[in-house]
Design a binder for this molecule. Structure first.
Ligand code: ADP
Ligand code: MG
Length: 694
């Protein structure tokens, strides 16, 4: 028994190493090919074996009766006449010949492959892959197949200019033939049995060289599970390492924190209290906190963050708050300054307008470095610049989804291990949240402060703009304020600006002289933006015409109506964020969507906005209407790029694979147990060279 297990352990290490070798061990793979493969994110033999095809070409000969028009198929038959080559100009040519199939004769045409003429002899048997045109009974040849291509499905891979399809195919084949004995299972046997998954070697074989469509399908099912499983296992493994590392113990002053909370102008909601407790509990333990605070727009995340920061300060630590935009950073600074002043906590704001090298900046940095500033607020420049803290204990990121995974990592690796709290308003369905933030613990604020009324949403046609303006006027009469948001013009900031200026002029015409109108857009300097925001906040401006710069986080409770022009140009998540700018007090608020959508998805987006104010319902609808890449509005969503699995289409598999992986990796005997030691060795390799996800 002992012998066996020693043998097993030894084998584990060897096997892992073989497939972890660079692709350069393959025949004919020099530095150039290595570089080309790297662009495709293929570094090791393992990567190569896991570079699965995204589709298959069917090289199994078919009978004429089975063919469907325009289908890509393979036919095998006898050449009936010598090929005839016709040339057009210098470069173009066409090669025609007749192919005899049992009883029928069809025409085969190759374009610009005249050199094939030598290989096509009358009376010989040939196999041609191409596109079938049923009305002309013609096959447009794409490939003349050689013997070893016959009778199978051929994987088609993501290739590139530097590395062609055929080269990739042959490299993968070589890697498989040489090293398939080294392929060992990563998904433990009991899970494979439970879900009827293939043995890993079989799976990899059938992904690349399936004998039938059904075999490819079965292999894909196993591969999807494995991909999700391994991804989640990696996140959980990181978490496990993190938990073992000693983090800061923030011995906050409980009574002072309680006093601070009772000094707030409102009572915390139950969900806010629960989140505060979870965060404080984490901070107090000598482990590294890595927590996500998730709550819909307006649910009151900022005050929870403020309490956490205050707690850190009572323990003698500094805290940093990072916002995605300068407007937001400034808003936070102002709010927290007011909130903390009575408690003797000093707040600093670091923005790009305080230029590098200036006296003011140096003074601020000095105060941070000597601990005179307790709380520092800024954009992500906070983690990239020369900022040194005296005793940083807590880092908070606002609107988490704007920060990529790498920035999150950079933050965690900066200096001593501060506790990390990330906040996001983006309602991500639970399962996807696990995919994106699997390595974090989650606190959820799932209720709005008492007395909040759901925002009433109306969808109007552009022809009803006059009515919309009349409606807005009625709100202004009641001392309330309005946002007018101009449409988003894809890829043209200049046009965005033009639109905004046009709307600004129109609005002024309609509302002046009784009401004051302001304009804010992305091209303005940050202090200019802040001046405009300030005037809107203080009520000097009644209406703010804005591009989407106001999208996240802006908090002006007296604003009770938002009008969004060409609303169908926005994604649902963005519309939800925009709508979240109103309904931030007990006033009944309104959202007017002006749109004349030209397609079904646009219509459905408008309908969804009118039907619900629940961020999670909206997110789910968004998933249904768009692809995964767009859920969060842009590429920075941080959702990983899976090779075979689709986190939306394969949601069920994602769910179970994630749960299984999380459960396994957190087991105390994970690294030593026979069932899981293989996986542990794999993860150790994946995680050890650099703490990042590619
Ligand atoms: P978000 O979660 O969108 O960041 P904020 O933290 O900006 O929301 O809070 C929205 C508004 O609600 C702010 O004006 C804030 O002062 C107020 N607020 C937060 N918590 C409560 C509460 N428990 N009761 C009443 N108002 C609250
Ligand atoms: Mg906020």
């Amino acid at each position: 028994m002992i012998c066996q297990s020693v043998f097993f352990r030894k084998e584990v290490i060897n096997l892992t190493n073989v497939l972890n070798q660079s692709v350069s061990v393959l025949k004919g793979v020099g530095p150039k090919t290595v570089a080309a493969l790297q662009h495709l994110k293929i570094f090791t033999l393992e990567d190569l074996l896991m570079a699965y095809p995204f589709r298959y070409d069917d090289y199994r000969p078919k009978a004429l009766a089975e063919l469907i028009d325009q289908e890509k198929i393979t036919l095998r038959g006898t050449v009936a006449n010598p090929p005839v080559v016709t040339r057009f100009g210098r470069k173009k040519n066409r090669l025609n010949f007749r192919l005899l199939l049992d009883q029928d004769v069809i025409l085969v045409t190759f374009f610009n492959q005249a050199y094939l003429a030598d290989k096509i002899e009358t009376g010989a048997e040939v196999t041609v892959f191409g596109k079938w045109d049923s009305s002309r009974q013609r096959l447009t040849g794409m490939k003349l197949l050689t013997f070893n291509r016959n009778d199978r499905l051929a994987g088609i891979y993501r290739s590139s200019k530097e590395i062609k399809q055929t080269k990739l195919q042959s490299l993968i084949k070589e890697a498989y033939l040489k090293f398939n004995a080294e392929i060992t299972n990563l998904v433990p046997a009991d899970l494979r049995q439970r879900y009827h998954l293939l043995d890993r070697k079989q799976m990899i074989h059938d992904m690349h060289f399936p004998l039938s469509a059904a075999a490819a399908q079965a292999a894909k099912r196993s591969a999807i599970y494995e991909e999700f499983f391994l991804f989640q296992a990696r996140l959980q493994y990181l978490k496990r390492i993190d938990q073992k590392k000693s983090g800061l113990q923030i011995n906050y002053h409980n009574d002072q924190v309680k006093k601070f909370i009772s000094g707030l102008p409102f009572e915390l909601t139950t969900a806010q209290k629960r989140s505060v407790n979870q965060i404080c509990h984490d901070m107090h333990r000598p482990i590294h906190m890595n927590r996500l605070l998730q709550g819909d727009v307006g649910s009151g995340k900022t005050v929870v963050a403020a309490i956490a920061m205050y707690a850190a300060v009572t323990a003698g630590f500094q805290a940093a708050l990072m916002a995605p935009t300068e407007i937001l950073a400034a808003q936070h600074a102002e709010k927290l300054f007011q909130l903390f002043q009575p408690w003797g906590v000093s707040v600093g704001l670091l923005t790009s307008s305080i230029t590098a090298g200036s006296r003011q900046r140096q003074e601020l940095l000095h105060q941070v470095a000597t601990g005179k500033i307790n709380i520092l607020i800024g954009t992500h420049a906070l983690i990239q610049t020369e900022v040194k803290f005296e005793r940083l204990g807590l880092v908070i990121t606002d609107e988490q989804h704007r920060f990529g995974v790498n920035q999150r990592q950079a933050l965690r690796l900066k200096g001593i291990q501060p506790d990390v709290l990330a906040m996001t308003a983006t309602p991500i369905p639970r399962t996807l949240a696990l995919t994106t933030y699997g390595e974090m613990d989650v606190s959820l604020i799932n209720e709005l402060p008492k007395g909040r009324k759901p925002v009433k949403t109306f969808w109007l046609k552009p022809t009803q703009l006059q009515q919309a303006f009349d409606f807005i006027k009625q709100q202004l009469i009641k001392q309330q304020q309005a946002y007018l948001v101009t449409p988003l013009v894809a890829e043209s900031e200049a046009l965005d600006l033009q639109n905004a200026e046009q709307l600004f002029t129109d609005t002024q015409k309609f509302f002046s002289p009784e009401y004051q109108v302001g304009l804010i857009h992305g091209k303005m300097k940050s202090d200019e933006k802040q001046r405009v925001m300030q005037r809107f906040k203080s009520g000097k401006l009644n209406i703010l015409v804005a591009t989407t710069v106001i999208e996240v986080g802006v908090d002006v409770p007296q604003a009770s109506v938002i009008m969004i022009l060409n609303a169908d140009r926005f994604g649902l998540a963005q519309l939800h964020q925009l709508r979240g700018r109103v309904g931030r007090s007990n006033l009944q608020s309104f959202c007017l969507l002006i749109a004349d959508p030209k397609n079904e998805a646009g219509i459905q987006r408008m309908q969804a906005m009118v039907a619900t104010t629940d961020g999670f319902v909206i997110a789910q609808k968004d998933l249904e209407l768009r692809g995964q890449g767009e859920i969060l509005g842009n590429k920075q969503s941080g959702l990983p790029d899976f090779r075979v699995g689709d986190p939306i289409k394969d949601l069920k598999i994602l769910e179970v694979a994630q749960m299984d992986a999380a459960e396994l990796v957190q087991r105390p005997d994970f690294a030593t147990n026979q069932q899981t030691s293989q996986l542990a060795a794999y993860l150790r390799f994946k995680v050890q060279p650099k703490l990042s996800f590619d």
